[in-house]
Ligand binder design. Structure first.
Ligand SMILES: [Zn+2]
Length: 311
């Protein structure tokens, strides 16, 4: 009887602890007052489109601490095409033609909790509108998780741009790198970062040298995760933040993913927390930079859907 009571108390304590991990908890962060908006001289011909390839069905509960279990969220899955006179780049590829097979490579608990619906793969959207994938100078990955790389095999021969940290991740045997690992060898183009600070990041890579596309290392969700700052000729500025935050509230509040989500998807949850603090500071100082999480369907709906574009 005493044992039964002790077990009951232990279970109750564990249940309370688990519930606590979902409750609101705002991250504190330091303001970045002295920073100036980095200069950019994008060519007038530069333009951008979003390509949606499917949805994942979840709740705000799992996206950020304080999110409601009754707030259903469809996570958008896709990529962003940036056409630039120096070379077109596709940021992430979303769900590809073989996404059903690709989902089979997920760790068991992820597979069990992942519900998704499939749309039109990027390669098929390209051919439907006469866009030649051979025009692409590269596929730039925010990170190499399955839902960002599933479309890569549909675009054979297009170089996949990766920093060395993400290449090490793909080369290893971590469960979340399994799909990327299985796609090797890929036509990888390695890039590095210059010792040039950008919006508080110590290093950056100005892809075409005009400040229009600037990549910064932002490891945590995966070791080689990056953020892509896109500065358009209209003056509009976007930050493709990958999966550092799944929904914009995570930056606005700011709040990290609840423990169970962090445990499932983040390589280094402490580093993701620091990235969120940094993004919150950028968002506060420069609200004109639109934060674009890879999976916030509300943000995706506000961007031009391929073949529509914006400059
Ligand atoms: Zn993702």
């Amino acid at each position: 009887m005493r044992l039964l009571k002790a077990t009951g108390v232990t279970l109750l304590v564990l249940a309370v602890a688990l519930v606590w991990t979902f409750l609101p908890q705002r991250l504190d962060f330091e303001a970045m007052s002295a920073e100036l908006l980095p200069p950019a001289n994008p060519p007038a011909e530069m333009h951008l489109s979003l390509l949606q390839t499917g949805r994942m069905h979840s709740q705000a509960l799992f996206a950020y601490r304080g999110g409601s279990p009754f707030d259903a969220r469809d996570f958008s899955m896709g990529g962003i095409l940036v056409q630039h006179p120096r070379g077109d780049l596709l940021f992430d590829t979303g769900f590809g033609r073989h996404v059903v097979d690709h989902a089979e490579t997920l760790p068991p608990l992820m597979k069990l909790t992942t519900r998704y619906s499939v749309g039109t793969p990027i390669a098929d959207q390209f051919s439907a509108h006469g866009y030649q994938a051979a025009q692409l100078a590269g596929i730039v990955l925010t990170h190499a998780h399955w839902d960002h790389i599933s479309g890569i095999p549909d675009l054979p021969g297009v170089p996949v741009w990766l920093d060395t940290a993400e290449q090490l991740f793909i080369g290893g045997d971590k469960p979340m790198a399994q799909l990327a690992h299985s796609l090797l060898p890929l036509p990888i183009r390695t890039y590095g970062f210059d010792e040039k600070p950008y919006l508080g990041f110590a290093r950056s890579f100005d892809v075409w040298g005009d400040g229009s596309i600037v990549l910064v290392p932002a490891g945590g969700h995966t070791p080689g995760s990056i953020i892509a700052f896109l500065n358009l000729p209209s003056g509009k500025r976007l930050a493709l933040i990958g999966d550092i935050a799944w929904q914009t509230e995570a930056i606005g509040i700011p709040a990290e993913r609840p423990w169970v989500s962090r445990m499932l998807v983040d390589d280094d949850a402490g580093a993701v927390r620091e990235q969120l603090r940094h993004l919150a500071a950028i968002h506060q100082r420069f609200p004109e930079i639109q934060m674009v999480p890879a999976h916030d369907a509300r943000v995706a709906a506000g961007l031009p859907q391929f073949p529509e574009t914006m400059r």
